[in-house]
Design a binder for this molecule. Structure first.
Ligand code: F6P
Length: 378
């Protein structure tokens, strides 16, 4: 029988973190289990910093709130943690401190809310003997073994609203309107919002693009009387024989992707302007996709994920990830989630080598986009 559990939210934030927390806490309370939340993801686990979560105090009124009431951390890989020693930056494996903290304070299970990097660390903790259960988060929708992550639907909704707005201004001024959306290795947001927002071109990381194909599509629209076009570009899209566009780099140690993506929208807008003779403008949507209130869909999905995760803990099914499979709640082993990436403390996520879920060419969204004439750049 489990008595005391803790939650941590890790990685880039999404709308829905709080709804998952609420789902876990309510299900826990209804089963006589005490719930705590580590502050700022794995960093809280390392520093043993946590708060009590209960539905009438700390976890009250949070269903619709963006962000995370227990924070989150994007640079806390405790298997390769950045510390300063004698004025020098060094990276250390501090995972044993975390395992000890959990043991010492008697947590029967730790729920890890996060993307592929977070779940990779969760799996490594499981190997080290900690009871963990993952919940798949990320706006990019790229966690392996699940059909949808929480936060994704909200991001698609924000992108769709942006496309609706760009449509009217683009049409007024006969311009090409480019929207750069997030999507580091997977183009789910770009593809789905392109369909929802009636875009003419969608460029995604999975399909290296030839700009001439987009030009052809736009010119064809002009010939047919449409002197404006709307283009969605995922931040990780790259031209055939070209590279991704990088805004900068950072130093979060090895095993994580230290590139900060950005700029491909501007690049595509410039090229399209030169090649079509039409005016083009870029809008980069950025963190708008991650902040603010979750959609109704994400509130429900997050609540389902939270309650399922707690159910798994009550059943003693540790080392698993709550997932949606064939449209239904289910669970898979974290071993399957990390795939071949089995070395403890190796690639921790947000890298091309991690086991992420990309758009496949036979996916309904790709077929639908092609059927209705959205140019995918190939
Ligand atoms: O992984 C989700 C994501 O939204 C990526 O699409 C994006 O590249 C990244 O987060 C940016 O995150 P941050 O700037 O917070 O590190």
């Amino acid at each position: 029988m489990i008595k005391k559990v803790a939650i941590l939210a890790n990685g880039g934030d999404v709308s829905g973190f709080n709804a998952v927390i609420r789902g876990i806490v309510k299900t826990a309370e209804n089963n006589g289990v005490e719930c705590y939340g580590f502050i700022e993801g794995y960093r809280g686990l390392l520093n043993n910093e946590y708060i009590k979560l209960d539905t009438y105090n700390t976890a009250s009124g949070i269903l619709h709130k963006g962000g995370s009431i227990i924070g989150s951390s994007t640079n806390a890989n405790v298997f390769n943690y950045k510390v300063e020693e004698n004025g020098e930056v060094v990276y250390k494996d501090l995972s044993d401190v975390c395992v000890e903290n959990v043991k010492k304070d008697g947590f029967d299970c730790v729920f890890t809310l996060g993307g592929d990097g977070t779940q990779k660390s969760a799996r490594d903790f499981m190997v080290k003997g900690m009871n963990v259960i993952g919940v798949p988060k990320t706006i990019d929708n790229d966690v392996a073994c699940t059909e949808i992550t929480f936060g994704y639907n909200t991001a698609v909704s924000v992108a769709t609203e942006a496309l609706d707005r760009l449509h009217t201004t683009g049409e007024t001024h006969h311009r090409i309107m480019v929207l750069e959306v997030m999507g580091r290795y997977a183009g789910w947001i770009a593809l789905e919002s392109a369909i929802a927002g009636g875009a003419d071109v969608a460029l995604i990381p999975e399909i290296p693009y030839d700009i001439n194909n987009a030009v052809e599509k736009i010119n064809d629209r002009v010939k047919k009387g449409k002197r404006f076009s709307v283009v969605v570009v995922a931040e990780g899209a790259a031209p055939k024989d070209g590279t991704i566009t990088i805004e900068g780099t950072r130093d979060n140690g090895t095993g994580v992707d230290n590139t900060k993506l950005g700029g491909v929208g501007q690049r595509v807008a410039k090229e399209l302007e030169n090649l079509t003779g039409l005016e083009a403008r870029n809008t980069t949507l950025g963190y708008m996709q991650r902040g603010g209130t979750p959609t109704a869909y994400d509130r429900v999905l997050s609540t389902k994920y939270g309650s399922k995760a707690m159910e798994l803990a009550l059943e003693g099914k540790f080392g698993t990830l709550a997932v949606i499979k064939n449209g239904k709640l289910d669970s898979v082993s974290l071993e399957d989630v990390v795939g071949q990436n089995k070395e403890i403390g190796a690639v921790s996520g947000n890298t091309a080598e991690s086991n992420i879920r990309k758009v496949t060419m036979d996916h309904d969204l790709v077929r639908t986009a092609r059927n209705i004439g959205i140019c995918l750049g190939d």
